[in-house]
Design a protein around this ligand. Structure first.
Ligand code: FAD
Ligand code: DLZ
Ligand code: SF4
Length: 506
């Protein structure tokens, strides 16, 4: 008997394991459903990107002669959930088994496990081979260690893939060139101009659909800012490698007013949805270095993000879930301030990060980590609220990658499973890496009081309030030494300024 093959919205590649051994008579099911589109109120641009990419992918499969049932969101018969759509298919025709590649979120993976009983059908959950490190391999690496630090994992991935390796030696005799990658963008610097995204008929019809059904979701979707086919994503990759990669390393941590992508690749949405693979992206970068088109600090930095951070957070997510999501090391419980949605704050760095997020369902790593993430950490925003925000607002957000980055890296809610100390910083870090403070109503040099940069007093207030939790951390020694040098009056002012500011945003 034939097989029913379910392809999820972030599995848009011909090499997905659920399509292996496809035979005549099999049916591929893809469905735009309410349960996936609204379990959080995803950014309009994310829905636009994903539904458009799903439709193009289904069309390409059909053009190749595969048998596809594609359910559109506004189909009057739409059952509203993946399970409901499977049920509908099974009412019409019998299948031997349902084949699906393992999904990217705990929530859905638990639901899929219930389908065998629900439909009285064999469910074959296949490995997601898009990743370089298998989950058993990650677990094996993790059990042998006290601390799960990305840097050591990354070295193993370099050896496994052979990327930037000369035999057993790392290219340039150094594993990591991060120290070279912390430059501020020079004044009057010209950034490479990004190519326009071709708007297709499919995109145009999904724009209408999004406006009709998701008008109360966050963000802009007047046009699609993402390529929606594999060919389009490959063009984006080529542009990045030629134009932006050469300076990716130098300005990796830089931020600048009005510059929304800088030298970043903007490839995460494509990688996570299946339009590009991790290895092809890394090989393209490696080739640019081998041919002298991009320097080693840029190429190593870029490859590390993918075979290092990306693989590492995925392994960590599946290893630590479901308990991981419940951790709240600092007991943070404040509500998310409105300006995370409106951008309406005098803090220029935050309004810039929120504007970029609203316009493109994108912000680059340092905006996510050191602006919105750092603020949430210092202000004590509840992990559930901030995790939900990050899952909603980015086109590349799926819980396997969003949660460890937010919960672990940005707000240290996991108490150090992922990072060796909190990524907390005052305004001087933001000033060092950006030109934001020049256009801000607050004074970055001010320590306390109404005009002072809130990041300054919130930083010291955070350190003081969490002394019991952080003082034992060897990497925080200098920070506590500096805090202890402050006078009683200074500490009182810090506390008062922090209290007043936090009340004003409550
Ligand atoms: P580039 O800077 O060009 O980096 C190249 C690639 O490396 C990215 O496309 C991405 O695939 C990978 N990468 C880089 N950093 C990370 C990382 N820390 N973890 C995993 N992959 C990484 N990334 C997501 O894909 N989805 C998310 O939901 C997500 N949420 C985040 C939340 C927070 C609080 C933080 C601090 C980071 C988050 N990241 C997330 C990681 C990173 O910020 C984005 O991958 C990156 O900004 C995407 O832009 P880019 O493609 O231009 O990246
Ligand atoms: C994110 C998303 C959205 C918005 N909509 C759909 C959908 O309608 N149908 C679908 O199959 N997948 C969708 N997705 C992606 C899924 O949420 C994703 O597969 C899971 O979160 C697991 O990563
Ligand atoms: Fe942000 Fe403070 Fe700089 Fe203003 S002064 S942009 S709030 S860091």
């Amino acid at each position: 008997m034939p097989s029913l093959r379910l392809i999820l919205g972030d599995q848009l590649t011909r090499s997905i394991t659920s399509l292996e051994d496809y035979q005549d008579g099999d049916l591929i099911l893809m469905a735009e459903v309410k349960s996936e589109a609204t379990y959080v109120k995803h950014h309009k641009q994310k829905i636009l990107f994903l539904f458009s990419a799903m439709r193009h992918f289904a069309q390409a499969l059909e053009e190749d002669g595969l048998n596809v049932t594609y359910i559109q969101y506004d189909d009057p018969e739409n059952a509203g959930s993946l399970g409901g759509e499977i049920d509908k298919v099974l009412q019409k025709k019998a299948f031997d088994r349902l084949i699906v590649t393992e999904c990217g979120e705990w929530r859905l993976s638990e639901e899929i496990k219930t389908w065998e009983r629900r439909f009285d059908l064999d469910i074959e959950i296949r490995e997601d081979k898009r990743f370089i490190c298998t989950l058993p391999e990650f677990n094996k690496w993790a059990v042998e260690r006290k601390a799960l630090r990305m840097e050591y994992f990354y070295r193993e991935m370099r050896q496994k893939t052979g990327l930037l390796m000369n035999g057993d030696e790392p290219a340039g005799k150094q594993w990591n060139f991060d120290a070279d990658n912390r430059k501020k963008l020079p004044k009057d610097y010209s950034l490479p101009v990004r190519p326009e995204i071709k708007q297709t008929d499919i995109i145009r019809s999904v724009i209408k659909l999004v406006e009709e059904h998701f008008s109360d979701h966050f963000g802009n979707a007047e046009m699609c800012h993402y390529a929606v086919t594999r060919d389009g994503a490959l063009r984006e990759l080529d542009w990045f490698v030629e134009e932006a990669l050469p300076n990716f390393g130098d300005y990796q941590d830089a931020m600048a007013t009005g510059e929304d992508f800088l030298h970043h690749s903007k490839l995460s949405a494509y990688l996570n949805a299946g339009l590009l693979t991790a290895m092809e992206v890394c090989r393209a970068a490696e080739e640019a270095w081998e041919e002298g088109r991009a320097p080693l600090n840029a190429v190593e930095g870029f490859i590390r993000q993918i075979i290092g951070w990306r693989e590492y957070v995925r392994g960590l997510y599946w290893r630590e879930m479901p308990d991981y999501a419940k951790l709240n090391f600092f007991g943070a419980k404040k509500a998310l301030p409105d300006f995370y949605w409106t951008g309406d704050t005098k803090m220029h760095c935050i309004s810039e990060a929120v504007r970029n997020t609203r316009d493109h369902a994108y912000a680059h790593h340092i905006q996510r980590l050191m602006i919105t993430g750092n603020f949430a950490l210092l202000a004590g925003i509840s992990p559930d609220a901030i995790n939900e925000w990050y899952l909603i607002v980015y086109a590349d957000a799926y819980e396997w990658v969003e949660l460890p980055n937010t919960h672990g890296m940005a707000i240290y809610a996991d108490g150090g499973v992922m990072a060796s100390k909190p990524y907390a910083a005052s305004g001087s870090y933001i000033n060092r890496m950006s030109n934001y403070c020049k256009s801000c109503s607050y004074k970055v040099t001010g320590k306390t009081g109404d005009d002072a940069c809130p990041f300054n007093y919130l930083y010291w207030n955070f350190i003081e309030e969490n002394r019991d939790k952080l003082e034992g951390n060897g990497r925080m020694g200098l920070v506590f030494k500096n805090l202890d040098r402050k006078s009683e009056d200074e500490r009182k002012d810090i506390k008062q300024s922090a209290r007043k500011f936090l009340q004003s945003i409550a």
